[in-house]
Design a protein around this ligand. Sequence first.
Ligand code: FE2
Length: 159
Amino acid sequence: MGEKGREISKLDHKWLIEGLRKAYAFEWVVHYYASLASNIVSGLRTPVYAEIFKKAAEGEFGHANRIAKRIAELGGEPIETLEEMEKLAGFGKVKFPENRSDIKGFIEVFLKMERHAIALYEELSQKTHGKDLVTHELAEDLLAEEVAEEEEYENMLKE
Ligand SMILES: [Fe+2]
């Protein structure tokens, strides 16, 4: 990020980069698990849900890259190792249903992830409000997407 760009971000950049790295790590974790789900889900509705999870994986990957761009602008770098990624994401153990055709079981895992993401971006939006408008816009944008995704998963559970 250029000189003026840095100057208008009135937050401790180290703190901000750390928060963004955490979000980046979490997005990668969700990306991985959504991709895995699309490959292991089975049963009658496999084609539909494999596609839904594949799309979700792509979406989260997109989020991760948007965050990485902001980290770079602030002079930081994302996480280097996958091991660190899972630790920093702070989501804990992910357990998919043993019955791979238990679609609702899969969806419940992703619903929990969406709610984690909502809390994360809500906090980031609040803390950057009026202090770092670029990060704030990004956090708000991602927050809106995660909120919409939460609702989609909730609706799928009602099917
Ligand atoms: Fe996301």
